[in-house]
Design a protein around this ligand. Structure first.
Ligand code: GCB
Length: 605
């Protein structure tokens, strides 16, 4: 079990959550001397930057934008007098990729993994009714022993540089919200829910973990605030009569209130919006509440101008409006768990989310998008350090499932993106990761991973682990682009025929396909990089999708243009967006809108 509760911070009758977002003191530590020089007691300099945000894109200096190493944050926080006697925590939505936290000069905790929350208890360290100091050291170096994978090299001039094995900019820092929280000594630590539909009613099988022995009471309220069900005890079943189901694009959210009681007295109260729905894979169908659904949508990124990967509610709102406009019903959180607020919004908007852990770059290459299509193999999992990576991957998965399991929007777990699967060494690694996902998820949601171009029938040793086969394919871009598009189509069909021949009786999903397109380029007839080519590419690709009954969804790469490492294949970032980075449509958006609005929700059953 995790050391700290992963529940989202909320203020209730028994809890307090104070946001520490805003301007924080900030400095780089190029010599890695902060610790020795006592920065835990206060960092040098007076520079201020906003939290949450990536630190990179505020500055004009290249050395800051590309900085690899430790950066330090600092701010004051006032701890109210009336919090004395409670348990006080600091909670970071994420610190990318690892952090050490100091309060009033004392190291409180460390955390590894840049896309999941962590808490530190600070009860014994804070001064009440007084100002306290928080200092955070955040390190953004990439390694092959933690996810996402990459390396950190040293340039001849002594500067360190990150070399990601993945195709997105290594944005880092305190990219999500920070909270100061007060909880009672006995509090709700975690809960699990599983749903069963019986006629018009729904059964909610539940279990609650608390830090004490007092009685637990659950009450469910409908959207009008009327009580819909209730139960006593840490484990049990609630029956919801005439249940309103959570449906795609028609979300219905109940409010679940969990109380710990001492007689009449409420010791702790936690609440969360939940949706009643089931998710099953049956044969080649993906079923929500028993009804087949054809996924249409995107692989996304958390990425926007100025704040980089920092959570921004305005960007989130715009993205959901665009996804509704275009007729999407789903997205994958490529290539890492997103901010918690995004899942809350997906719950509310009725979007289906494939929730991905940050296991990307498990294929040794600085350009795997190119090299995998050439058939490159790297035996990535045969490294001596693989056991360390596996441990980090499992820990991240545990944190991910604990954080996101009660979101109705989460319908599947994506356990890796484009790993090396052609070497036997991958098999035991996959076995452990896939088993763990099932073990941790009481709902036993489908598990998947995104297959890279060289993972095809005959070479891939791991597809059998997936409940949904997810393919990332670029026929017509990395493979036979331009005037060779007709050959690309033939090769694409040849691969699909090989999958068909295996008769896996599982749904297939395209988790990536796309063509880089500059919003500035128009060309008739089309050439690669023009908007006309993106359309031509999509027409062929869509025809292939529609020729195979077992293809049950398409999530184009990418929702919007996004920042990557610079290089000759990237024009100030990856331009496969259907929307620009500023969230305006390219021509392809209209083509997709027409298609996605016309396809029946349960296309191909
Ligand atoms: C992929 C990767 C994704 C890249 C994409 C591309 O296969 O999963 O991270 O951005 O290809 O555009 O090359």
């Amino acid at each position: 079990m995790l050391e700290n509760s992963m529940l989202y911070p909320r203020t209730t009758v028994s809890r307090r959550a104070l946001s520490l977002d805003g301007m924080w003191g900030f400095c780089l530590d190029p010599l890695g001397r902060g610790e020795k020089d006592g920065w835990a007691d206060g960092i040098p300099g007076r520079d201020l930057i906003p939290v949450p945000a990536s630190f990179q894109d505020f500055y004009t200096e290249k050395e800051i934008r590309e900085f690899a190493g430790d950066v330090w944050y600092e701010r004051e926080m006032f701890v109210p007098e009336e919090w004395e006697g409670r348990q006080v925590f600091l909670r970071f939505g994420a610190a990318t990729h690892r952090a050490a936290v100091y309060v009033n000069g004392r190291k409180i905790t460390e955390h590894e993994g840049g896309f999941l929350p962590f808490c530190a208890e600070i009860t014994g360290v804070v001064r009440y009714n007084a100002k306290n100091q928080v200092v955070v050291r955040v390190n953004n170096e990439l390694t092959v022993t933690n996810i996402p994978c990459g390396e950190t090299i040293v340039l001849p001039d002594g500067q360190k540089m990150n070399k990601p094995y993945f195709d997105f900019f290594n944005y880092s820092g305190l990219q999500r919200s920070v909270y100061l929280m007060a909880l009672p000594k006995e509090y709700v630590f975690d809960f699990d829910l599983d749903y069963e539909l019986t006629g018009q009613d729904a059964l909610i099988h539940y279990s609650v973990v608390t830090t004490g022995d007092h009685e637990v009471e659950l009450t469910l309220y409908d959207e009008e605030g009327r009580q819909a069900a209730a139960s006593m005890g840490k484990e049990g079943t609630m029956r919801v009569e005439d249940a309103h189901l959570w449906r795609v694009h028609h979300a219905y959210l109940y409010r679940l209130v969990i109380r710990i009681l001492d007689g009449e007295r409420v010791i702790d109260e936690y609440e969360q919006e939940i949706g009643i729905r089931t998710v099953r894979v049956e044969g080649t169908s993906i079923r929500i509440n028993g009804e087949p659904v054809y996924l249409r949508g995107f692989g996304k990124h958390e990425d926007s101008d100025i704040v980089g990967r920092g959570f921004h509610p305005g960007v989130m709102k715009r993205d959901f409006e665009l996804m509704k406009w275009i007729g999407a019903n789903s997205f994958r959180t490529a290539h890492y768990p997103y901010s918690e607020e995004i899942y809350q919004m997906a719950d509310r908007e009725g979007f289906l989310v494939i929730d991905e852990v940050a296991a990307v770059g498990l294929f040794e290459s600085l350009m795997n998008f190119m090299e995998a299509s050439s058939g490159k193999k790297t035996a990535f999992f045969a490294k001596e350090t693989t056991p360390i990576l596996l441990k980090a991957h499992k820990k991240a998965l545990e944190e991910l499932i604990a954080r996101d399991k009660n979101h109705p929007c989460v319908i599947a777990w994506s356990l890796l993106n484009e790993p090396e699967t052609t070497d036997e060494a991958a098999v035991p690694y996959f076995e452990e990761i896939f088993e763990l996902a099932h073990e941790l998820d009481v709902q036993k949601r489908p598990r998947t991973f995104a297959l890279i171009m060289n993972s095809v029938p005959g070479t891939c040793k791991c597809y059998q682990f997936s409940d949904i086969i997810a393919l990332n394919r670029y026929y017509g871009w990395y493979v036979r682009g331009g005037y060779e598009l007709s050959e690309a189509e033939a090769l694409f069909r040849r691969e699909m025929d090989a999958w068909k021949a295996l008769d896996l009786k599982k749904p297939f999903l395209f988790t990536e396909y796309g063509a880089d397109t500059l919003s500035s380029e128009h060309k008739l007839p089309s050439v690669m990089w023009s908007q006309e080519y993106q359309d031509a590419y999509l027409r062929i690709t869509n025809e292939v999708f529609d020729s195979y009954d077992f293809v049950k969804g398409e999530q184009i790469w990418n929702f919007a243009d996004f920042q990557t490492t610079e290089g000759i294949l990237r024009v100030n970032g990856n331009k496969k967006g259907v929307f620009t980075r500023q969230r305006q449509p390219k021509d392809a958006a209209y083509l997709l809108r027409k298609r996605w609005k016309e396809l029946p929700p349960d296309f191909k059953g």
